[in-house]
Each structure stands twice: as structure tokens, then as C-alpha cells.
Write a protein that binds this ligand. Sequence first.
Ligand code: ATP
Length: 328
Amino acid sequence: MPQNINKIAVLTSGGDSPGMNAAIRSVVRSCAYMKLQCVAIYRGYQGMIDGDFKEMNARSVNNIINKGGTILKSARCLEFRTPEGRKKGFEQLKKHNVDALVVIGGNGSFAGALKLNEEFNFPVMGIPGTIDNDILGTSYTIGFDTAINTVVEVIDKIRDTASSHNRLFFIEVMGRDVGHIALNAGVGAGAEEILIPEQNLGLDRLLDSLKRSKKSGKSSSIVIVAEGDKTGKNVFELKEYVEEHLPIYDVRVSVLGHMQRGGNPTCFDRVLASRMGVRAVEAILEGKTNYMVGIRDSKLILTPISEAIKAHTEVDEELIRVSDIMTT
Ligand code: ATP
């Protein structure tokens, strides 16, 4: 164990995701197991700047593995984007004798951690917690599995009512820059079409597909639309467009919104978070810094944060093909 690591801090930052609590629990318990002190920082980087710290022990994280959201709260903090803000944060870390920081969050949170390291040579380790699954260096982020299961459950319910009335539903799901939620939940729930930010299939294809669907005798149709889809129309405009061009359809819209972030994490997310938390603390003790823990082929891997934040993950072409085949 490097001499200089006695106390580790953990925070959650950016958008919350189900499974963050399981990750917090894992970091806290790993510290206890490895005879390290652990301190929690509330409200992300804002709490770091404000000195909102609380000493943790193994019992501080009882009964949270099953809870959605984050007990440490999350925040978006403009001040941490400035060198002055980060200096304040660093001074608080020193004041509380923290030797390394674990950041559970998304790309922005990692960018902040990297700056903290570059400016003050402070050891940082990232754990990917976001429902979007948009971080390079990991096949899964904590919260994604729960989010797609939540979406599938809701679509199943909407399909019940859609088929009772022969309706077409446009369902908007989260995903401004990436369509992983739309694509996975869409295939899982048997959607007729899936509109994602990574590709513009065009409105003609949508109309053709819906015409075919009607002709083939389907009693209902579900179209999943990611927030950032490239048709240039939001779900309400898509409804109007289809009603105008295909009056045979009775069209409804459902925007799922923040419910996609909530709920008890799935077993997959709890296990993933538990594994990543242990690895994050271990990696710090191995003297590693500026890495993000990820998972690939069921194995935990470390990716430099500088790589992880470079770009969004790419769309899964194979899944797009599967979706196309399933809707024939
Ligand atoms: P999500 O993917 O859920 O949006 P995120 O971690 O990407 O999560 P952001 O809002 O982008 O969420 O970032 C969280 C916080 O990280 C910001 O409020 C800010 O305090 C800090 N942060 C983001 N980008 C930077 C940056 N370039 N430099 C310093 N701090 C940053």
C-alpha cells in the first residue's frame, strides 16, 4: 500500500442513476475492509467547495444497496468549472486530510476530476454512473440496465392499451446524444421503429414502415424516439406529421421523462456497482490515478479518464440490424 493513502473521499455528481448507492456502499465498505478512512462528500463538487463532508464507516451504508438515486445527493456546479472553484475544492480536501477521491458520475464529472488532478496532482478515480451508457472504456455504466428495464416495463403497459384501441404510440425516451436506451429498450419491447441521434433514417422510411405494419394486420404500433433523434421533429411534431400523411392511424404520444432515472436498481446494476467500487479503491492503493473503472467481456478494466471522456460511445450496428429484421 502506498504510504500516502490513508483516507479516501467519495462523491456522486451530474445526473443521478440507479445503482449509485450500491457504488457508494461498495467504496465505503472496501475502505473499511482495507483499513482506510472514508469520507463522503454531499452534493458533488458543490459540496466539496462548501466543505459538506461526512465521515463514513461500514455501518453508514446499511440498507442502501436497493435504493435508487443517491444518498449523497448530486449537483451541477458551475463554480467547479473555474480554476478558483477547483482551488476551493482542493483546499477542502486537504483540510479534511483526504488523500484520494472517487467520483461516481458521467463524462462531465470525470472532466472535473481530471482537472483537479492536473492542477493539484490530486489522485482521482472514476466510476461510471449514468443511465445513458455513453462512456468510452466500459460496456455498461451503472444505471443503464435499470433504466432500460424501466422503459421496457412501461412500453409493455402502453402496448396493452395501444392494442386495445389499434393505436400508434410515439414514446420519447432519454438520450440527447446517444440512442442506447432507445435501441435496447426498443428491441426489448418489440418497437416497430426506433429513432436515435446517431442516424437519420428519414421520415419516408418511418411512413413506409408504418404502412407496412398496418397492411400486415398489426393491431398496434410503438415507435421509440430518443430525445436527440435526427428527424428534426419532436414526438408531438411526429404525431402531427403521421396524422397528416397516414390518417388511418390514431396517434398518441407519451414522454417518459424522469421516471427513467428512478427506481430500485436491477441486480445487474447492484453487482456492477459493487464490483466497480472495490476495484476503484484497490486501484488507488495500487498507486493508480486518473483512471475510470469499466467492464468489458465481464472483466473489470481501467481506462485513463482522458480517453474515457474523449467521445461518446458508438451506436451498436448489430442491434440496429436486429431491430430491422424483427420489424419485417
Ligand atoms: P450526466 O452524464 O448524467 O449528465 P455528467 O457527469 O456528465 O453526468 P455534468 O453536468 O456534465 O454531468 O457534470 C457534472 C459536474 O461536473 C458539473 O456540474 C461541473 O461541476 C463538473 N464539470 C463538468 N464539466 C467540467 C469541466 N470541463 N471542468 C470542470 N468541471 C466540470
